[in-house]
Structures are given as structure tokens and as C-alpha cells.
Design a protein around this ligand. Structure first.
Ligand code: SF4
Length: 205
């Protein structure tokens, strides 16, 4: 399966910083105004050795209350999508571009993304997945260093340095755009095919 090349990411794995170290560094982060309105900082969850990392936008109401990404109805939706790629929750890692919920679920502001995104960058460098699935515009634009929208980016795999990147719709957006749901599933099946064609090297973790 061919992939589109995107410059701007390392090919070499950097010194590994453990996820716990990154979380400890964040502490009670107040680097942007969202720190004052959140209930919980939502760091991320999953397998620290995942081959596939999912990147979403930011915590919603339930995530803010529980401190974990993709819980409740959003979590169930994600589980069924994972099945399209032949994946389970314990095989993946999930994190968001911003770690604190914007009030009323508004879009994150660019200064909030600028303040928070170094943490996501460190998480990606720590996990060093083979594939990054970007859910929605904010995640896709951050990972691919582009202003293009997910509608034009999705449907094919991109190569960003070491990472194969699959931009696709955010599952929550499919609630309002039901015609996007089959496209999202198609993108996940494409990821599943890539994983089949590129089996993991070394023992599974
Ligand atoms: S959104 Fe990110 S930068 Fe802003 S307070 Fe929360 S953790 Fe800190």
C-alpha cells in the first residue's frame, strides 16, 4: 500500500521518556486558561508499546469528569471502530491534542493547542507507534503540519517521518454527519490492511 510522504518528523527514535515522566512533568498544568475550568486533566490511556496510537481533539464532558479519553458512549463507538481495523483497546494508546476540556465543548483555540501540543509530541515520541490515526481536523492538522481539512486528507495513508498517518473523521462528528460513518470505517479497515501487510517485528508486548 503506497503512502504519501510528509516532511517534518524524525525517522530515528529519540531517547525514550516514559509516559509517567511526561505526566509527572505536567503536574497540575496551568499553561493555558483551560487549566482553570477543567475537572480533570485527561492525559491519555492505553498500551505504552502500542503499534497504533489514536489522537483525538480534546476531552468532552464525560472525559473531563472521569479523567480518561473515550469513555461512555464515545468509548463504545471507538471499540466498534477498532474492530474494523482488527484492533482491541489493549493494543492501542489514545490521547488528545489538548488535555483539558474547552468550556461547552467549543473548538480549542490556537494558543491552547500551542501550549498543550508539546505534551502530545512527547507522548508520540515515547510510544513511537507505527501508525497514528488522527480523529478529526485538529489532530490531523497537528500531526501532518497542514492546514488542509480532514475531508481532503482522509481516504489514504500519509508518511510523516517514521509514522504512517491515517487522518479520518472524529467519531463524534459522525453523529451529525451519518454519511461520514462508512468513510470512517473504511479508513479504519485501511489501517487494518496496512497492519496485516506490515507485521510487528519482534515479540508482541
Ligand atoms: S490544555 Fe494543556 S496546556 Fe492547557 S492547562 Fe490543560 S494540560 Fe495545560
Amino acid at each position: 500500500m503506497s503512502v504519501m510522504q510528509i516532511p517534518g518528523h524524525d525517522h530515528q527514535r529519540p531517547r525514550e521518556v516514559a509516559l509517567e515522566e511526561i505526566r509527572a512533568l505536567m503536574g497540575d498544568c496551568q499553561l493555558c486558561p483551560l487549566g482553570a475550568t477543567r475537572t480533570n486533566l485527561v492525559f491519555g490511556v492505553g498500551n505504552p508499546h502500542a503499534r497504533v496510537m489514536f489522537v483525538g481533539e480534546g476531552p468532552g464532558r464525560n472525559e473531563d469528569l472521569q479523567g480518561e479519553p473515550f469513555v461512555g458512549a464515545a468509548g463504545k463507538k471507538l471499540d466498534s471502530l477498532l474492530a474494523c481495523a482488527g484492533l482491541t483497546r489493549d493494543e492501542i494508546y489514545i490521547a488528545n491534542v489538548i488535555k483539558c476540556r474547552p468550556p461547552s465543548n467549543r473548538n480549542p483555540k490556537s494558543e491552547e493547542i500551542t501550549a498543550c501540543s508539546p505534551f502530545l509530541r512527547e507522548q508520540i515520541r515515547s510510544i513511537w507507534p507505527d501508525v497514528i490515526v488522527c480523529l478529526g481536523n485538529f489532530a490531523s492538522q497537528f500531526v501532518l503540519h497542514t492546514d488542509a481539512g480532514v475531508t481532503t486528507l482522509r481516504g489514504r495513508l500519509h508518511q510523516a517521518g517514521h509514522f504512517v498517518v491515517a487522518p479520518t473523521f472524529h467519531p463524534a462528528a459522525c453523529i451529525y454527519h451519518s454519511d461520514w460513518q462508512p468513510l470512517l470505517e473504511e479508513d479504519l479497515r485501511m489501517v487494518g490492511r496496512w497492519l496485516e501487510e506490515h507485521p510487528a517485528e519482534g515479540p508482541a508486548q
